[in-house]
Design a protein around this ligand. Structure first.
Ligand SMILES: Nc1ncnc2c1ncn2[C@@H]1O[C@H](COP(=O)(O)OP(=O)(O)OP(=O)(O)O)[C@@H](O)[C@H]1O
Length: 321
């Protein structure tokens, strides 16, 4: 039986200025489950950070309530919340001369108080956080002397050391390379599974989220939040909610977003995955139609057209241009 750590009920969220209320989201319902990594996706400005602020108890709803372990979040003190919720926000400023282990140890502050004196059990939690994020080897490096991806892992390790049952991360993979993006998302999912945490990740990285998330929350203007398995949302077509207008569509076959007019027009036959890459390259090169079918073969790759054989797509394009 799945257990929800955070529940949102009939939420109306927004900002007040004087007597004016600007409502951003309304009628929101959600459940954030333990042992799962949930990815929150939606277009810019739709209200993802606003929802996150409500989940963290930083924004009081106009209407409805957020429950943390079945108790209204506003009933928790800041100290209690710091023990339950670990947050990783995009933090442009970190003291560069602080070491990785010092940063991770800061995660223990809600448990040790501001004196920061670590007991043996706190030191062990810090050690485990460094091990889980695979940055033990960086423990004595200064934050100014490690890469963005390593710093991001250190921030995740700090959140782990904080040891809340719920972790919320706002775009933890922004500015990272592809390998680091995959690595961090896999790591978060592993932590959710092995440590039974509820992890909420705000991301624009649809393709990586599809590979790694247990659950999606899709947020779009004027429609209720959609929660479901990524695969179910792809199959039902609800994933297209993320795409603006009719110009783009989500290719179920390829698992990625495509321009509508990128549906294959050229007559190419052969193994499906190779045909897809050949078609992409030829359309980019401006091919609109062909007199005959192109035959694509594999092992070794070749492309046959009108009795001639080409071993690379580029050779074919150059011959035809
Ligand atoms: N402090 C604030 N006061 C007033 N309006 C705000 C405030 N913060 C955000 N907004 C407005 O709330 C709306 C949603 O903003 P939010 O930052 O939640 O969107 P988002 O989905 O996280 O966007 P992005 O993907 O660009 O980060 C926007 O129209 C924004 O202008």
């Amino acid at each position: 039986m799945r257990k929800a750590s955070i529940i949102g009920r009939n939420l109306s969220l927004g900002y007040s200025k004087g007597n004016m209320k600007k409502e951003i989201l309304n009628g929101l319902e959600f459940e954030l489950f333990s042992g799962e990594m949930t990815c929150l996706l939606g277009p810019n400005g739709v209200g993802k950070s606003t929802l996150v602020k409500a989940v963290l108890g930083q924004l009081k709803p106009f209407r409805g309530e957020v429950l943390l372990h079945k108790k209204t979040i506003s009933e928790y003190s800041n100290e209690e919340l710091a023990k339950e919720l670990s947050v990783v926000l995009t933090e442009p400023f970190l003291p560069g001369n602080m070491t990785v282990v010092q940063l991770v140890a800061m995660g223990r502050i809600p448990h040790t108080g501001w004196t920061g004196k670590l007991e043996e059990k706190d030191k062990e939690v810090v050690r485990n956080a460094l091990l889980a994020t695979k940055i033990e080897y960086l423990r004595d490096e200064r934050l100014s002397e490690i890469s963005d991806g390593q710093r991001q892992k250190a921030l995740i390790a700090r959140a782990l050391a904080q040891d809340g049952k719920v972790m919320v991360l706002d775009e933890p993979t922004a500015h990272l390379d592809l390998v680091n993006r995959y690595e961090i998302m896999h790591l978060l999912r592993e932590i959710a599974k092995t440590q039974g945490k509820s992890i909420l990740v705000v991301t624009h990285d649809l393709e990586i989220a599809l590979e790694t998330a247990d659950r999606f929350w899709l947020l779009n203007c004027g429609t209720p939040l959609i929660s479901g398995l990524p695969e179910d949302l792809v199959i039902s077509g609800q994933i297209n909610q993320l795409l603006p207008g009719k110009k783009f569509h989500f290719s179920v076959e390829k698992g990625r977003i495509e321009l509508e007019n990128q549906k294959r027009k050229l007559d190419i036959s052969g193994p499906e995955d190779l045909v897809s890459w050949v078609s992409k390259a030829l359309e980019k090169a401006g091919f609109k139609e062909l007199d005959e079918v192109i035959e694509v073969s594999e092992n070794p790759f070749s492309l046959s057209y009108k009795g001639l054989v080409y071993s690379r797509i580029e050779e074919f394009i150059e011959a035809k241009l």
